[in-house]
Design a protein around this ligand. Structure first.
Ligand code: FMN
Length: 177
């Protein structure tokens, strides 16, 4: 099996997971910026990871716009967000990001990242400052909202290497099939 892990990461959380996954699978690893039209030819397993912005997986179009080129290959996508993991968030992300056909073709995993306001570029700092105001104005401040507000003051990092094991085991099982 020849696999590649491709990632799009703004503040480093998705990159960290991508590095762990590629080490574990002994696969190639690249930033999404390096893709060109013939890039996928030499791989039979494509693993793409992108951070979550307003429930959308950043950079996902690099995969979903090329589904014809990926015919016959294994496709795995992971999203990295600040929200806690769980079945509910995973199914929300799947429904928002993949059509029915893509849901059949693509194996999806959600991995919890973190939040580091200081590492964002100016545009995203502005977006997230507006979001912070929305959180501050919310009447019912759930523990999740409080946690998010805290992470603006002090970066939060929920990445754990063990979080990749389900994805890694899935990819390894493809090899045996
Ligand atoms: C503009 C913006 C929107 C975001 N929207 C979400 C979201 O909808 N759900 C979530 O869990 N995290 C959201 N986040 C948090 C990031 O997904 C999280 O910080 C992630 O770990 C970043 O990964 P990265 O460092 O690889 O970019 C958002 C962050 C930004 C900057």
């Amino acid at each position: 099996m020849k696999a590649i892990v491709i990632y799009k990461s703004l503040s480093g959380f998705t990159r960290k997971y991508a590095q762990w996954i590629s080490q574990e699978l002994k696969s190639d690893l690249t930033d999404v910026k390096n893709l060109d039209s013939n890039f996928f030819e030499k791989y039979d397993t494509i693993i793409f990871g992108g951070s979550l912005h307003a429930s959308g997986i950043t950079g996902l179009k690099n995969i979903t716009d090329r589904m014809d080129k990926l015919e016959g290959k294994n496709i795995v996508v992971f999203a990295v967000g600040a929200s806690p993991s769980g079945k509910k968030i995973a199914s929300e992300i799947i429904n928002k990001n993949f059509n029915a056909q893509q849901q059949n073709r693509i194996e999806f995993f959600y991995l919890r990242g973190g939040f580091n306001f200081q590492k964002l570029d100016l545009v995203h700092k502005i977006v997230m400052t507006l979001f912070k105001w929305k959180l501050l104005l919310s009447k019912n401040k759930t523990p999740e909202i409080r946690g998010m507000l805290e992470s603006y003051k002090k970066p939060a990092d929920f990445t754990k290497k063990e979080n990749i094991s389900e994805l890694v085991n899935y990819v390894k099982s493809l090899n045996k099939g």
